[in-house]
Design a protein around this ligand. Sequence first.
Ligand code: HEC
Ligand code: HEC
Length: 227
Amino acid sequence: MHARIRTFTMLALMAGSLAAHGHGDVTPQAVDVSTLKPLGDQKRDENPYRGDKEAIRIGTSAYNQNCARCHGLEAISGGIAPDLRKLDIDKETDIYFRDSVLRGKVRNGAVYMPPFEGILSQEAIWAIRSYLDTRHEVAAAPANEMETLAKKSNCLSCHAVDTRGVGPAYREVAKKYAKDKNAEAKLLAKVKKGGSGNWGKVPMPPMNTVPESDLKALVKWIMAGAN
Ligand code: HEC
Ligand code: HEC
């Protein structure tokens, strides 16, 4: 029951901020893929349409109808979901992309992103990926070992060291808690459990799939100024 209430709250929260931003449609839209080479039932591990003009055309409108309301118009994130321009263009990321879209992002009963399995065809999913490839921007290479760990732990899909993303900049976090002796323990608990309220209404998902020793090191690094 508790989990269901949370799911509802998250969705209501998302829907509320979406309405306010007016980014595209809210109901999932079917996508006409009849002009694309059919892919059959077997799941591909690699985008079969990369660079295909027609796929990019279809993917652009499919993205606007199904993804822009959270991930931003032209894939420029407005801050409620990760910036998809930063996804690498390789096979491993193709698989991650496909599975993220099919399964959505659901953790502990909270829906951060709805699953698109049964709503978008495989053709539509790869068409969207082809469009996103054209929006790709190379993220700055991680500056050091700790930033690499943050990237590997998925923190950098929402945070950056000194600019605001979905979440606060790490240097802002360090500043805010500079005088709080218990900050490291509090922040570690928050990162494990997720939650919102200290920076805004958008929640951080629980990051408890990252090993605790890594989370501890990351929080220490953040509090030391993320250098
Ligand atoms: C209701 C809002 C919402 C919609 C609609 C939505 N997403 Fe998401 N998406 C999110 C959020 C929030 C996350 C981050 C969740 C997390 O990390 O647990 C996310 C994560 C992702 C990721 C993983 C990104 C990363 O850097 O790890 C991909 C890929 C993705 N979305 C693609 C899509 C595509 C493609 C569509 C449209 C077909 C879409 N999303 C629609 C909210 C949404
Ligand atoms: C899907 C987006 C997302 C991901 C992934 C994410 N965060 Fe966050 N993070 C947020 C948001 C949103 C907030 C602001 C929460 C609030 O307002 O209390 C936040 C807040 C924080 C804070 C400050 C907490 C507070 O209460 O002031 C820390 C520290 C932090 N994140 C660390 C991390 C670390 C470390 C990782 C990776 C292991 C991570 N985050 C992954 C979105 C994310």
